[in-house]
Design a protein around this ligand. Structure first.
Ligand SMILES: C[S@@+](CC[C@H](N)C(=O)[O-])C[C@H]1O[C@@H](n2cnc3c(N)ncnc32)[C@H](O)[C@@H]1O
Length: 345
């Protein structure tokens, strides 16, 4: 296990220097205000953006956020703008060269966002053991393209759960495989470094997040991974996909029953509507019935400030835990083809 961490660290340490691997920023998922923030980022930070799709939790002003596997800090700095001067963002990563890159750009982004004091912090660490950080010390955790590289995923999910405050959200984007990798590929370390052979199957992700104590995931976005012809042949038709999910560490508050919920339009940058996941986009002022679990989330977490809730009559079934490959097939059959996030050559 330690050996895999060493290979991953070496790969990303040298990639950070060579800058020869690029991921697309998933523009098609981003609001105009987020695109505007991305356009102001330091170019050296974005040259080392290796995410599997930017995951930007909404309504986070004043919150304390952790980015697990932050790389050069692209998401850390975007979120440092969104949390404002009263919030803070901690970025941690296994790779020292990427953490140095983040530290080197803190002053630039503090000045860019017009803050007197920086609200970011970076440190080198391992997602499998974050003993540097205190229990229940974050409102929100994000992670972008990292868990697929971590050998002990149970430990990493357990650590994320431990670090979240009750009613906190883990908003993660990662790479998932459609089927287990062929047995002759499991020793291919480059395929591991690029998120293929270490990635979970969608059902494995559901099981490990549940085991750690999280709610069933809400799928927010998908983007395919492009494989070279050589990799396609070696992987014998297996597909890989980047997918975003929201999962929650619910506190022990009373579960409420199904509700009719109305979005108030008060999340900055989401004034006319708020996309919750692939199934649900809340239009401002329009009521929607949601089941017990989603009603509890909207009543107990930070989202309670953004919704009016009333009891719903009858039973309601809100979809969650959906397979990203099935969703991709569905939208592709309707002629919608999200561009690929990165290419494995
Ligand atoms: C694909 S890159 C994504 C980086 C960053 N999230 C971004 O969006 O640019 C994967 C990152 O995960 C980090 N990583 C891999 N294994 C890790 C671990 N066990 N603990 C912490 N970070 C890890 C790597 O060093 C690398 O920076």
């Amino acid at each position: 296990m330690a050996e895999i961490n060493d290979y991953v660290r070496d790969f990303y340490n040298s990639t950070a220097v060579k800058c020869d691997f690029i991921c697309a920023v998933n523009d098609w998922d981003l609001t105009p205000s987020i695109k505007n923030i991305v356009s102001q980022m330091h170019p050296e930070t974005m040259k080392r953006y290796y995410g599997s799709g930017l995951v930007i939790p909404e309504g986070i002003e004043g919150k304390r956020v952790l980015d697990i596997g932050c790389g050069s800090g692209s998401l850390v700095f975007i979120l440092s703008k969104l949390v404002g001067p009263t919030g803070s963002v901690v970025g941690m990563d296994l790779t020292p060269n990427l953490i140095s890159e983040g530290k080197n750009r803190e002053d630039y982004h503090r000045d860019r966002w017009g803050y007197n004091k920086k609200n970011t912090e970076f440190f080198v660490g391992n997602a499998e053991n974050l003993s540097e950080l205190k229990d229940q010390s974050f409102d929100i955790i994000v992670s972008n393209g990292v868990f697929c590289l971590v050998p002990n995923k149970d430990n990493a999910f357990a650590e994320a759960f431990r670090l979240l405050k009750p009613d906190g959200e883990f908003y993660l984007n990662d790479v998932y495989g459609e089927k287990p990798a062929p047995s002759d590929m499991t020793d291919d370390l480059k395929a591991w470094d690029l998120g293929l052979t270490g990635s979970q199957l969608p059902d494995e992700f559901l099981a490990s997040s549940k085991k750690a104590g999280f709610t069933t995931p809400y799928l927010t976005c998908v983007g395919p991974v492009n494989l070279s012809e050589a990799y396609k042949a070696r992987l014998r038709g297996r597909r890989y996909i980047c997918a975003g999910n929201r999962i929650f560490r619910l506190g022990s508050g009373t579960n409420r029953g199904p509700a009719s919920v109305t979005y108030k339009g008060n999340i900055q940058g989401h004034e006319s509507e708020f996309k919750w996941d692939i199934n649900l986009t809340f239009k401002t002022g329009e009521s929607v019935s949601v089941d017990e679990e989603l009603a509890t989330i909207l009543a107990q977490t930070r989202y309670s400030a953004f919704f009016d809730l009333a009891d719903a009559i009858g039973s309601v079934n809100t979809l969650r835990g959906q397979n990203p490959f099935t969703y991709l097939d569905q939208i592709q059959s309707q002629g919608k083809c999200p561009p690929h996030i990165y290419t494995v050559e």
